[in-house]
Design a protein around this ligand. Structure first.
Ligand code: 5GP
Length: 199
């Protein structure tokens, strides 16, 4: 369970997309959300968009690995198809916030890798948020406040990568994934292989 978190504007979505394009062996865990789709977002690809009542029903049915309130909406990781795939050793990328990260870590410490992406400076973060949308200053200010609140959770992650260059940041994230895959306890089939070597 490879988790990428960051304040919005730090480049997490770009890095996630690059990772999914470059790595055939990792799949995205598609979250469920009560927020409305943004332009260009596709049901089942970016999110599963549901009503509040549908979300309530899923909570009731214990259908989530984790869920949280984020910016006035609810978001959750559905157990759905990923539960069996995880058991079979499929890697998944999770684009979730610090609250979801904490919940997944509490459930499955051995299988979780937590990566936090930071912007190179607060000025650059503001610049990225400003260039992204034609929002009013108050909206940008509110986003900056939220970004600061998110950044405060940086120390609950295993890895922190500063995104001052998107290609360099992507390379680092990929190195983390590669190294974590090589951890002894994650390499299935190693015991019979080594036995064979020693026999
Ligand atoms: P957005 O609405 O911009 O797509 O996402 C807002 C925030 O919600 C992002 O920080 C994103 O990582 C987080 N998020 C998306 N899906 C989930 C989820 O399933 N669980 C949790 N805890 N956070 C999520």
């Amino acid at each position: 369970m490879f988790i990428l978190s960051s304040p919005s504007g730090a480049g997490k979505t770009t890095i996630s997309r690059m990772l999914l394009d470059a790595e055939d062996e990792i799949k995205l865990s598609v979250s469920v959300t009560t927020r409305a789709p943004r332009e260009g977002e596709v049901e089942g690809i970016h999110y599963h968009f549901v009503t509040d009542a549908q979300f309530d029903a899923m909570v009731e049915e214990d259908d989530f690995y984790e869920w949280a309130h984020v910016f006035g909406h609810r978001y959750g990781t559905p157990k759905g198809r990923i539960r069996n795939a995880l058991k079979e050793g499929q890697d998944f990328l999770f684009d979730i916030d610090w609250q979801g990260t904490q919940q997944l870590f509490q459930k499955d410490q051995q299988d979780v890798v937590r990566v936090f992406i930071l912007p190179p400076s607060i000025e650059e973060l503001r610049r990225r948020l400003e260039s992204r949308a034609t929002d009013a200053d108050e909206v940008i200010d509110a986003r900056m406040e939220r970004a600061r609140a998110e950044i405060s959770h940086w120390d609950a992650y295993d890895y922190v990568v500063i995104n001052d260059d998107v290609d360099a940041c992507f390379d680092k994230v990929r190195e983390i994934l590669d190294a974590e895959r090589m951890k002894r306890q994650r390499q299935t089939g190693l015991i019979p292989f080594v036995r064979e070597l020693m026999s």
